[in-house]
Design a protein around this ligand. Sequence first.
Ligand SMILES: C[S@@+](CC[C@H](N)C(=O)[O-])C[C@H]1O[C@@H](n2cnc3c(N)ncnc32)[C@H](O)[C@@H]1O
Length: 281
Amino acid sequence: MLSYRHAFHAGNHADVLKHVALTFMLESFKRKDKPFVYVDTHAGAGLYDLRGKQAGKTGESAWGIGRIWDQQAKWPLLETYFQTIRSHNPDGKLRYYPGSPDIAAQLLRAQDKIILSELHNNEIDMLRGNMRGDSRVGIHHRDGFEALPALMPPTPRRGLVLIDPPYEVKDDYTYVVDTVSKAYKRWATGTYVIWYPLLAKKRDHSQVMVKKLAQQCDNLLVAELEVEAQQMELGMHGSGLAIINAPWQLDEQLKLTLPRLGTVLGLTEETKWTVEWRKQS
Ligand SMILES: C[S@@+](CC[C@H](N)C(=O)[O-])C[C@H]1O[C@@H](n2cnc3c(N)ncnc32)[C@H](O)[C@@H]1O
């Protein structure tokens, strides 16, 4: 049974990292007129009400987007990211937060394509509602791990895959590695972006997964942001992105952005950031 609902976490520090990086990458693909495809294996609902029951219960966005929303003029590098959120909040008050499919739909052009998979019965209904009328979008009510290799290589053969599972079960780490391995064999030139949580010592499996991903390709870019110190038993103190075939200059964009994001999103003095290339070993 699927219990994870992204509305509880929408707009938190992990969403900020993931969606800022996503806007950098989508803008980078748009530098050429050639069409490209955006694939989202774990799409979620597409749009979240931060004043809704679920988001209201955790209040996580207050420690994420809420910390930078009133400082937009100070963040020219994040202008595209803010623009995608402003479009849902025309009065300037932060209420609605776009998920990755909505951010992509806003940024992609008429010639581009969007492929979304989502397994949860409620989330898929909301996703369909939020994406309705957009002829660039194909939606699959399907396991994203199983769908990705089956859909590879995509048409057009230029583009970006976001793999963003809940990791509520340990198997997700293995599924990610297996899925990327199968997809990469069929489409080695695609950009693959894998999001992962940084969890308490006893529960964290991220670094084993990242190591296995690095063994599969020769250019893995890893970007991590820790907003507090790692605990022993519980909690998510940060998140990361492992990117295969990262767009040109993404590393430089992230190196400019992460230290500043760390300062603003940090919950304690123990904020850390990393942007580095991992080699096969
Ligand atoms: C972290 S959320 C996605 C957030 C979204 N990518 C964003 O950034 O806005 C993960 C989603 O994956 C869905 N999910 C869980 N297991 C799945 C699977 N095997 N295949 C597809 N979707 C799945 C969950 O229902 C949830 O909506």
